[in-house]
Design a protein around this ligand. Structure first.
Ligand code: PGA
Length: 246
């Protein structure tokens, strides 16, 4: 069963999750090990990334021994495209930390051989020792990463087609629906379920109904986030608006 924490607002939620990440990084460093983080894009994690940057700048938290794997990337967008998720991560987090660029992984949206690229991504996660902590947002379709409905419990990193609801929601960033890619590469539900710990963030009234479905309906491919009910260490971090239908 997933845990639910309701915070005063998204900044309070970001502080709570950043403290968990800080403690993980510090504990791993003490043990001479690498912390492996799974990261997300979208507007939801931005306050979290701002807080991680503050911890680095003001409290000396080092990311030298951190390895990251992002959930997903748009098909066809290169890392220097201003709507690619690689670009998003560089702008909103990586460039402000001391993390070595080679430690950061985002699926290659321009790769020709999707099957090979996705299998290699799974191998890279395994070779890093698996993901210690995965940060998630949630889309109004119930997607986690770009696992749109229907997405099976055991799905792995793969090429997917984006739901039209997701394309419309994300068209504000592209300025025009026609520019939003139709496909993406994403970690699978099974890839996410293998992460040792999952911290999902959802803010605002627009997420209230999908948060309710994710936590209250029986786990099924029709609402991919509902599979998280079966994760042994998953917390939903909500603001009061996102919690309003629970
Ligand atoms: P958002 O997207 O943070 O921009 O709301 C969340 C998601 O689609 O996972």
């Amino acid at each position: 069963m997933a845990h639910v924490l309701v915070h005063a607002d998204k900044v309070a939620a970001a502080k709570a999750v950043s403290a968990v990440i800080r403690d993980l990084i510090v504990a791993k460093a003490k043990a001479g090990q690498t912390a492996v983080l799974g990261l997300a894009t979208g507007s939801t994690p931005l306050p979290l990334y701002a807080e991680l940057i503050r911890l680095h700048r003001e409290e000396g938290l080092s990311f030298r021994n951190v390895v990251t794997f992002n959930l997903d990337e748009y098909e066809g967008l290169a890392g220097d495209h201003d709507q690619s998720y690689r670009y998003f991560m560089e702008q909103n987090l990586f460039r402000s930390l001391d993390i070595p660029k080679g430690n950061t992984h985002v699926p290659a949206g321009t790769a020709c051989d999707h099957a090979r690229t996705c299998a290699d991504y799974e191998t890279a996660i395994r070779n890093a020792g698996g993901i210690d902590l995965q940060v998630l947002g949630i889309g109004r379709t119930g997607h986690i990463g770009f696992n749109e409905p229907p997405s099976a419990r055991d799905s792995r990193t793969r090429h997917v087609h984006l739901d039209e609801v997701t394309r419309r929601d994300n068209s504000v960033f592209f300025g025009d629906l026609a520019r939003v890619p139709h496909g993406a590469l994403t970690m699978g539900v099974g890839t996410i379920m293998d992460c040792r710990r999952v911290e999902l963030l959802a803010f605002g009234a627009g997420k209230a109904e999908i948060v309710r479905r994710s936590l209250r309906s029986a786990p099924s491919a029709d609402c991919p986030a509902s599979w998280l009910q079966e994760h042994p260490a998953c917390t939903f971090h909500l603001d009061p608006e996102a919690n309003s239908r629970l």
